[in-house]
Structures are given as structure tokens and as C-alpha cells.
Design a protein. Structure first.
Length: 282
């Protein structure tokens, strides 16, 4: 595992008439590449290897850092009206043409398993982005390594829900006793149980949602929710919005088996099933 990473384009199989070349190397975690209207090329480094999310620009045959210090993971960048929009943990920051940075959205619920993702701009001039969930399937458990740092964090629905009162048992790793058990309900902090008929209020910045705002970050709105992790979204030429959605894993106190990844057309006001459905299966 030591030494220089091997880069062999012939390892990649492509259709006849196509070929793959090495354009640039020496990058760490290049998670996103965009080309601005000016023709400038920008690359986003997620920052998960060194704790420092970065935006780089291709200049004179190499990538140079134009801004850094973003909270990892940096999940994506986009260009709009001369600005670079940077999505990183809990915030969206604009890099202005003069290099200054401005946080236009902060405090997004991104302290769990998944985060706020890359922004796109819609035909209405609004900024759209996906917001991932805190947990795998709506229940905080031993698989959520962030609990010790954020013990009161949990998922939030996008509309008022009525719980059935089912609680899930796990080892209580927040105590010193190996015999201590935690009983955790849906949309609750770790080791907080729920009762049948209990109501949970919905919020705008819901877990597993598509959100939109003005390009300056004002007027945040909920478009749709019920998606575990809508990592990439895009409008087509007919102004329809689509999203890729990561399926649930077989892990945690409420593990789900055979959950597929999804490609969804996003319609305003729709609940897409998470955490009780996956691929239209309950």
C-alpha cells in the first residue's frame, strides 16, 4: 500500500472510439468538478483526509487552492453569476470573484451520517440542494459514531408525524455499565423512548429533504422530503427536477435489508417514503 498510486487509463473499459487519459494527479479527495461560464475549471476537495475542505482552480497546467478552511466533508461546488457556491458540513458558503468568502446559509442539520449537498440553480432563479439524514433509518443507535459529540442530535421530519411508539434496543455506550440498555424511538435523541400516538412537529430544514432558497440564502423553503440522502440533484431541459437517493444500509438498531438506491423525479410537497419505505416497498 506504500509508494506512488498507480494511474493506468487502460484499466478503464470504454466503448469503441473513446479513450481515457490522466488529466491531473496529486489530488486528495476530488469530489466535484465544474467549469464556469468563463471557461475556468474548479475542483472541490472533500477535505476528509486532512480536515480541510478546499476549492482549487486549474491554472497554468496545475490546480491551485483558491479557498480552503471548509468544514469536511465538502460535498460539492457550483458556479453562478461569477460566484462559487460551496456546500460543506452545515453550511453553504459563497466565494466571491475577489476571493472573499461569505456564509449564506448556516446551521443546517448536517452533524450526523449525511450532510447538505451540492447546490443547483432552478428555472425560477432559486438555489436548490439536498439535505441528508442524521441516521440510517430514522433511529439513533450504536452505528452513529457522532452521538458522543452530539448526544441530542437526531432526525427531523418535514411534516408532523404521529409515532406508533416502537422503541429499539441497543447497548447504551454513553454509560459506564456494559449491562445498560438504551431504548430509542424514531425522530428522537439516543436513549429517548417514544409513546404510541406521540406527535413530532415538522421543520423546514428536514432530514432527507430537498430545500431551496434565494441565491443569497434568504427565504429557505422545504420542497420535498422522505429521501435518505439526495446526494446529487439536477434540472433537465424541461425544468423537471431529478435526484439520486442513497438507499438504507443493513446496520443499526433498525437495520433494513435489500434497500435499493433510487433515481427520483422530485415534485413539490411530496413525501418519498423514508424511513418507512424504500423503493416503494414498506
Amino acid at each position: 500500500m506504500n509508494g506512488t498510486r498507480k494511474l493506468n487509463p487502460s484499466d478503464i473499459v470504454v466503448p469503441a472510439g473513446y479513450q481515457v487519459d490522466v488529466f491531473a494527479d496529486g489530488l486528495n479527495v476530488p469530489i466535484n468538478l465544474v467549469i464556469a461560464d468563463t471557461g475556468e475549471m474548479f475542483v472541490a476537495d472533500a477535505g476528509v483526509t486532512d480536515g480541510n475542505g478546499k476549492v482549487l482552480k486549474y491554472t497554468d497546467g496545475r490546480f491551485v487552492v483558491v479557498a480552503d478552511g471548509f468544514s469536511p466533508p465538502l460535498t460539492g461546488i457550483n458556479c453562478h453569476n461569477g460566484n462559487v457556491y460551496v456546500s460543506h458540513r452545515g453550511a453553504i458558503t459563497v466565494i466571491k470573484p475577489d476571493g472573499d468568502k461569505e456564509d449564506i446559509l448556516a446551521g443546517l442539520p448536517s452533524w450526523g451520517d449525511h450532510h447538505n449537498n451540492r447546490v443547483v440553480f432552478g428555472p425560477d432563479g432559486k438555489m436548490y440542494f439536498g439535505q441528508g439524514t442524521a441516521t440510517n433509518s430514522g433511529v439513533v443507535g450504536e452505528d452513529n459514531r457522532w452521538v458522543k459529540r452530539y448526544p441530542f442530535f437526531h432526525d427531523y421530519p418535514g411534516a408532523r408525524v404521529r409515532l406508533v411508539g416502537r422503541n429499539f434496543v441497543s447497548n447504551n455506550f454513553l454509560t459506564q455499565s456494559a449491562e445498560d440498555k438504551a431504548y430509542t424511538g424514531a425522530f428522537s435523541p439516543f436513549s429517548v423512548s417514544t409513546k404510541q400516538g406521540e406527535k413530532v412537529k415538522g421543520i423546514t430544514a428536514a432530514s432527507g429533504s430537498i430545500l431551496r432558497a434565494n441565491p443569497d440564502g434568504s427565504n429557505l423553503e422545504l420542497v420535498a422530503w422522505g429521501l435518505r440522502n439526495p446526494f446529487r440533484i439536477k434540472f433537465d431541459r424541461h425544468h423537471r427536477l431529478f435526484a439520486t437517493n442513497h438507499g438504507m444500509d443493513e446496520r443499526g438498531s433498525r437495520h433494513i435489508a435489500n434497500s435499493p438506491d433510487e433515481f427520483q423525479r422530485i415534485r413539490p410537497g411530496v413525501w418519498y417514503g423514508w424511513p418507512d419505505y424504500t423503493g416503494d416497498i414498506q
